[in-house]
Ligand binder design. Sequence first.
Ligand code: ADQ
Length: 499
Amino acid sequence: MEESVDRGEHHNLVIVSNRLPIVLSKSRKQKWTVNLGSGGLVTALAPVLRDRGGTWVGWPGTAEGDTQEVDTLLQKHNKSIGYKLKPVHLTNQEIENYYKGFSNETIWPLFHDLIDHCKFKPEYWEAYQEVNKKFAAAVKETINDDDFIWIHDYHLISLISYLRKMGVKNKIGFFLHIPFPPTDIYTRLPWREEVLDSLLEYDLIGFQTPRDRRNFIISVRTLVDDPAITGKGQVISIKRKSKVLRAGVFPISIDANEFANLAKTPEVRDKTWYLHEHFPDQKLLLGVDRLDYTKGIPERLRAYRHAMRTYPELHGKLTFVQVVVPSRRDIYKYDALKMEIERLVSEINGEFSAAGWVPIHYMYRSLSRSELSSYYSAAEIAIVTPLKDGMNLVAKEYCATNIEEQGVLILSEFAGTAAQMKTGAILVNPHDTVACAQAIFKAVHMSAEERKTRMRKLRRNIRRYDIFWWVESFLESAFSTHLGSFPVVADYNPLADSG
Ligand code: ADQ
């Protein structure tokens, strides 16, 4: 008889994230429309929420003042999607201090090891606490006793502490989408004990890679008295006093089949053909990133410039297409980064452009899914070189789209993805301009056979460990009583690399 696995099917699911998975827009006539987001997380979680019943709690992304209209709009929308969206409204001051402040100017840079970018302001911390408390009240209003609560990401670490103080006894899981930093960096945080105490209250905490979990465990050993750590593999257990926390490694992924199928549609094929026509006799090197200083865009541009200076035979033969999606527009560092990128692009184009060839095509905008897919399909090489990244879905999307299995992936060893994709990709240190330039040269000249072997390996891994595997293995771990009994991601070995 087949052994049944408890994935908590009998429990309703309550997802909590900073943002609701929707895009709200207002027409010129001040009429609101709501569309469900298209990201991997909502694709994977929506069917689970529909099957089990559930609620997604989050900020709708709107400013103060739109509260009533948004509430009415969402109530109507809930009926059509089969689960509930519960908005948590934020004031302009909260958006300033909790979202832009503590989340994006303290935790985000600190957890990406960029201590010089951090602001440690007490008013940011206070707002973070207030908003986490506000989210806790919203969650408490919506739950039943045996619902499973799954909290997402660094904006809401303290949420559990308020839920427990409010008497909520439900099982609660947390997934950290960004890296967990090494202890000597983590300990700079003035509220390091409070943040760690909250993390230790969860029943299950998920990290992207063994590296992140190992960093977390070393911080626990350093800052906490007598933790008992047992088990090895995908899920281990940390016991402190009588509380047991399970810590697992769950590399997030994408709906790989969806990306492969999109690449086969006539619309994407046409767009891809159009790109090839416009770049005749040239290979395309593609970078796609949100505007963020963690993504290593200036470093990548310098590496491309170095490649152009070192290998003149690439002139006219290789074009770098860099797409940047606007992000966190009102934070000063992001404006400064945009200016630095634009200065470098214009310097490089000024240095090398020749009749019929512009070395860098730069786009600063969001692309539709079919446009993005056609760039992924057309590019012979993708260059994904973050200085540090929790996972990096662009790397996975590029490979999943590459149905002809002829593309080459140049990947930063500091992207979470590297743990899973190191044998198929060309791994580089994004700070090493010379090595990155050499990697570009190597990718341009790689034989068709080697490209196929590498890409096949990458695609097999991404198909097997897709976003649906991720959701299932997290939920299975939350409800199982076993440790380490889950499938391990091929191509990297959490056993060898666990804390
Ligand atoms: P992000 O830092 O946002 O996510 P990433 O994982 O690369 O980074 O996801 C970016 C997404 O934006 C991709 O799905 C990509 O397709 C999309 N995108 C990028 N450029 C675009 C463009 N020009 N137009 C349209 N779409 C574009 C955080 C962490 C990551 C982690 C994810 C998921 O920082 O490390 O992988 O969460 O956990």
